[in-house]
Design a protein around this ligand. Sequence first.
Ligand SMILES: [Zn+2]
Ligand SMILES: [Zn+2]
Length: 79
Amino acid sequence: MFILPRREYCDKCGRSYSKKANLDRHKKYECEVDRNFSCPGCPYKAKRKEHLKRHMIFIHNVILKPNDNNSQDLILPNP
Ligand SMILES: [Zn+2]
Ligand SMILES: [Zn+2]
């Protein structure tokens, strides 16, 4: 008898993972950290990093470094 492996679903974003460990890692490092990005230059808050990136580029003319997860390292241009 063949049993399909049970997939684990993230209750927040619906992503599925074949291993519980991967889901846990996703929840800890991807899903929950992927919200509430606040702009260091104004009161804007984004749910997704992509939105904050876009905001930074269009509003503040700042491009986030690709591997930078830490918004505190942003370099704002001189006025
Ligand atoms: Zn998720
Ligand atoms: Zn801003």
